[in-house]
Design a protein. Structure first.
Length: 282
């Protein structure tokens, strides 16, 4: 069971905010446990951003059929269900989400998830979503696309299952070439560490560490090695190739200190840590 929960957590590495964000203000409530913070970052903050992203384009989720591609542990979906009130929300992931674990975690945080009418989870394949053409009014994906090995194929599948008048919200954080793009900030607090050392050296140092339990360490090392390294320009080309027109765009940036080792990289790739966009079928 512990191993399975570890896999679920790994599949759900979807940050609601940059881990280097400012510390709590003086007088703020004491920090939550990592597990509790994870829950509220996704149930509250991330889910609210999904709802607000569609609302910014005057799109309501209420009563709509919605899909989440790369749903992980499903916490964000529970939040969207409660905040957006879709009639159907189906989460897709390569590893089937454990709905009972989600209910239990929600109860531990004081959130009633006993009535999850309309919330479903289904296992997907690497390049295929098990759904009919035009099955969903809205689709979203939160911090999953940097892990997807064949982005164009998955975007084409999203385009296929999206209704002709539907909309797709994509959030990606962090891009590989950005400051925290390795996903290894628990081992390496310094920015862009993975671009200034050989990949093999970074992997070896993580595997030799005792910062985290060994199972978690090994899986994070594998995740680092298999990030797709997509860039902003490549994502744009992929969206166009998949048949999407982007209607709204937000680039997430942060100050970047350049070193001689980073001089060969694009400023855009180094400085843009993430993206949010709304797209519709072309």
């Amino acid at each position: 069971m512990a191993n399975r929960r570890l896999v679920e957590r790994l599949r759900a590495r979807r940050r609601a905010a940059d881990p280097t964000s400012e510390p709590p203000a003086p007088g703020a409530p004491p920090p939550r446990s990592p597990e509790s913070q994870w829950f509220w970052d996704h149930y509250d903050l991330a889910a609210q951003q999904v709802v607000e992203a569609f609302a910014a384009e005057e799109i309501s989720m209420t009563g709509r059929a919605v899909a989440d591609v790369g749903c992980g542990d499903g916490i964000i979906d529970l939040g969207v269900l409660h905040k957006g009130r879709p009639r159907l929300l189906r989460g897709f992931d390569l590893n089937l989400t454990n709905a009972e674990y989600l209910r239990r975690r929600a109860a531990e945080e004081g959130v009633d998830a006993s009535d999850r009418e309309g919330l479903e989870f289904e296992r997907s394949e690497a390049g295929r979503l098990p759904a009919d053409n035009g099955a969903f009014d809205l689709v979203f994906s939160w911090s999953a696309f940097e892990h997807i090995s064949r982005p164009i194929e998955v975007l084409r599948e999203i385009r296929r299952v999206l209704a002709p008048q539907g909309a797709f919200f994509l959030q990606l954080w962090p891009f590989y070439f950005s400051a925290k793009g390795s996903h290894l900030w628990e081992w390496f607090p310094e920015d862009h560490h993975h671009l200034q050392r050989p990949e093999s050296e970074v992997t070896a140092e993580v595997l030799a560490s005792d910062v985290k339990p060994q199972d978690w360490t090994q899986m994070m090392a594998r995740e680092f090695q298999h990030l797709n390294r997509i860039t902003v320009d490549e994502l744009q080309r992929s969206m166009l190739a998949a048949g999407f027109v982007v209607r709204r765009l937000e680039l997430l940036t942060s100050p970047t200190r350049l070193t001689s080792q980073l001089a060969r990289y694009s400023w855009l790739d180094l400085g843009v840590s993430g993206i949010k966009l709304i797209a519709t079928p072309a």
